[in-house]
Design a protein around this ligand. Structure first.
Ligand SMILES: [Zn+2]
Length: 160
């Protein structure tokens, strides 16, 4: 088992099998898991495009160089086939990956999953989008005890 396998298993378990409390909210971008050995981080977004989960890969420390016409371009983009390999790894785990975005020559890429996230996680994202119920005028930007406690109640992977 590689570290990427551990990251994918952890992230998928969070998206699909973790029951969230009904008094917690989750910011819609979800969680990130880091793989420093590969200079990558992976994102697990519960409700991205089409309100379905999106798994993303990003270069952590980006480097840039100038191309032949003097434009700044990524010097360490995603590897050829890296985004497709990520989609294949997700499919191998039984999750239909029905779309990809970006990828090489960029430093970020995303894979859209067909199956919706766990209903309790989707509900927690809806609670985030609804904003603070004590201070509706503050929406998601509230700093009060109620709002921060609601965020803190989300169940996260031990490694996140
Ligand atoms: Zn508040």
């Amino acid at each position: 088992m590689t570290d990427l396998a551990r990251i994918l298993d952890t992230g998928l378990e969070w998206l699909y099998e973790t029951v969230q409390p009904d008094d917690a909210h989750q910011q819609h971008h979800g969680i990130t898991l880091h793989l420093p050995e590969a200079n990558r981080w992976y994102g697990f977004c519960p409700a991205g495009a089409r309100t379905r989960p999106v798994v993303s890969v990003d270069v952590t420390k980006k480097e840039y160089e100038f191309d032949s016409v003097g434009d700044s371009v990524p010097a360490n983009p995603l590897k050829p086939g890296e985004l497709e390999a990520l989609a294949d790894e997700l499919r191998r785990r039984g999750f239909e990956a029905d779309d990809t975005w970006n990828g090489r020559p960029g430093t970020t890429g995303s894979v859209g999953l067909a199956r919706p996230a766990h209903p309790s996680l989707v509900a927690a994202v809806d609670r985030y989008r609804r904003g603070c119920t004590v201070h509706p005028q503050q929406s998601v930007f509230c700093n009060c005890e109620h709002w921060t406690a609601e965020a803190a109640r989300i169940v996260r992977p031990a490694t996140a």
